[in-house]
Design a protein around this ligand. Structure first.
Ligand code: 5GP
Length: 201
């Protein structure tokens, strides 16, 4: 139950410090995406560990840049290496990397993500970690990389899911174990009001 109380603190923090921007973008730069509250990250890491308890995980995979901090602290909890997919505009070196094409939610651009074949393999059981889930493109790109590597996908841990956007439903419909620590039901740009889905996890 302790975890649930801590995650209530996450939601309070989102309500207090989150800023709603146009295009359904939530800015959480003061504690998650620019300045980072590492104490909060620690609790987030522990909560992911609790939610994926019993799941054998050998590696955490995230995407640069904003997933890296959270994934690193989660990596300490799981005691596994953390790999981040690199975003690149350039043509990749075929043969040496797994790639996937991702459409960026916040920037509206399409880019390739890549992970060296050296760091994920058939023997791995991978937990995906990211800060936000919106349309699910970033997560789907990471899933494709896990599939190309022939690794086992253990699940995905998200800090903030925007539940009014389709990503969460799409990922869950695929039977993937998805855990989002805070699921936003609605947010109002004019009033600044943010509502959460109740009793998650
Ligand atoms: P998706 O691919 O699910 O549409 O979007 C997820 C990615 O876009 C995340 O990696 C995150 O960096 C970014 N993102 C999506 N929505 C938001 C948002 O409301 N606020 C912030 N700060 N990032 C977002």
């Amino acid at each position: 139950m302790g975890g649930r109380i801590k995650m209530e603190l996450l939601k309070e923090r989102i309500q207090k410090d989150g800023k709603i921007k146009e295009g359904n973008v939530l800015k959480v730069d003061s504690f998650l995406n620019h300045q980072m509250d590492t104490g909060l990250f620690r609790e987030i890491g522990k909560e992911f560990k609790r939610r994926f308890d019993g799941e054998k995980i050998t590696k955490i995979l995230t995407i640069e840049a904003s997933g890296i901090g959270i994934a690193c602290i989660a990596g300490e909890e799981f005691q596994v290496p953390v790999v981040f997919a690199k975003k690149t505009q350039t043509k990749n070196i075929a043969g040496e990397v797994y790639t996937s094409r991702v459409e960026s939610y916040t920037h509206g651009k399409v880019y390739d993500i890549l992970v060296s074949k050296e760091f994920i393999g058939k023997e791995d059981r991978v937990l995906l970690i990211d800060d936000f889930l919106a349309n699910g493109k970033a997560l789907e790109g990471l899933i494709e990389i896990v599939e190309k590597a022939g690794a086992h996908l253990a699940g995905a841990g998200i800090v903030i899911e925007k539940g009014f956007q389709p990503g969460g439903e799409r990922i869950r419909a695929r039977g993937i174990h998805l855990e989002s620590l805070a699921i936003i039901e609605s947010m109002d740009e004019k009033t600044g009001e943010i509502r959460f889905r109740e009793n998650v996890g």
